[in-house]
Write a protein that binds this ligand. Structure first.
Ligand code: NDP
Ligand code: DGY
Length: 325
């Protein structure tokens, strides 16, 4: 069959004949052979007639792409656990199966979240800059003081796979109280002595607010003016979920007015964040370029899983990780 696979970050893998040779069919692969995202025009052109599509979170898979693909399309495999870039209702209506990459990136993303939290709360980027630019004059009692985890209350919004992995890693730092919010109470939260509370309670009582929920219509813009107004002015805000969960104008105001102490973001709207964005002028805001899952081994495993999801979808067999929706 003619099975174009459009953008991929695993060109060597997908060009590898031995890999494809394990399967009882030999798809025609149309490959976007670059680490840069495929252009919209190339995607729309290349997807025409495809039976399968392997995409990235930066590819918006909407009605236009589905129409461009046409009725052959059986499977979409995304190299991500998040699927907010895909028009799920439309995909479901067309009976297209979806593969994604849960679990395999949980540890890497939780680790990065902890790194970002510590870097933000203990002001590491500011400190590094001071060393380089000569701002380090001598040891001073109150210079570059920040906030520590010991004895603190941490609130996790969305105690899913990644949220729980973050909680597990933070507890040993001496966290006194672990609060979480979401749609449902989680029995597994007992392992970290997690207390299920309403969002308002979490926001007002936490010293560290960590966002690790999925982006949905309910969570879009969840962290807005009212949200930041309820936070302590010594509190640290961390987001490694999706940029659109945060109203960035409201976050800017909260940070610049001292409403909250500092923020660490691995995700923004848009991505990349323009270099002249107001958030980048703030010393108390640490912004990373969406690198939560970026370890060599995790990205390799994600690539292999998404390729296997795609191939299983093309063959009509069980996928290693199929999104049930
Ligand atoms: P899970 O599905 O395991 O967890 C998602 C969590 O979101 C669930 O606990 C769910 O809670 C919660 N949630 C859903 N709706 C709401 C709501 N209205 N209010 C509060 N919480 C809500 O997914 P993962 O943990 O694997 O991944 C989470 C997200 O992390 C991904 O969707 C992706 O956007 C992001 N991500 C970012 C990465 C990065 O590089 N920065 C890397 C990987 C993922 P409940 O179960 O109660 O519904
Ligand atoms: C995801 O998988 O959703 C991340 O944002 C990137 O790994």
């Amino acid at each position: 069959p003619n099975c174009p696979i459009i953008p991929t970050v695993t060109p060597r893998r997908l060009n590898d004949c031995t890999f494809l040779g394990n399967y009882p069919f030999h798809p025609h692969v149309s490959l976007w052979d670059s680490d840069e995202p495929v252009s919209r025009a190339e995607l729309l052109k290349g997807v025409a007639g495809a039976h399968g599509l392997l995409c990235l979170l930066s590819d918006k898979i909407d009605t236009e792409v589905l129409d461009a693909a046409g009725p052959n399309l059986k499977v979409i495999s995304t190299l991500s656990v998040g699927f907010d870039h895909m028009a799920m209702d439309e995909i479901k209506k067309r009976g297209v199966r979806v593969g994604y990459t849960p679990d395999v990136l949980t540890d890497a993303t939780a680790e990065l979240t902890v790194a970002l939290l510590l870097a933000t709360a203990r002001r590491l980027p500011e400190g590094v800059v001071e060393v380089i630019n000569g701002g380090w004059s001598t040891w001073k009692p109150l210079w570059l003081c920040g906030y520590g985890l010991s004895g603190s209350t941490v609130g996790v919004i969305g105690l899913g796979r990644i949220g729980m992995a973050i909680a597990r890693r933070l507890k040993p730092f001496g966290v006194k109280k672990l609060l979480y919010s979401g749609r449902t109470d989680k029995s597994y939260a007992a392992e970290v002595e997690g207390e299920y509370v309403p969002l308002d309670t979490l926001v007002s009582e936490s010293d560290f607010v960590v966002v690790s929920c999925a982006l949905t219509p309910d969570t879009q813009g969840l962290c807005n003016k009212q949200f930041f107004c309820k936070m302590k002015n010594t509190a640290v805000f961390i987001n490694t979920s999706r940029g659109a969960v945060v109203n960035q104008e409201d976050l800017y105001r909260a940070l610049s007015s001292g409403q909250i102490a500092c923020a660490g973001l691995d995700v923004t709207t848009p991505e990349p964040l323009p270099t002249d964005h107001p958030l980048l002028t703030l010393k108390n805001c640490v912004v990373l370029p969406h690198i939560g899952s970026a370890t060599y081994s995790t990205r390799g495993i994600m690539a292999e899983l998404s390729a296997n999801n795609l191939l299983a979808g093309l063959q009509g067999t069980d996928m290693p990780s199929e999104l049930k929706f």
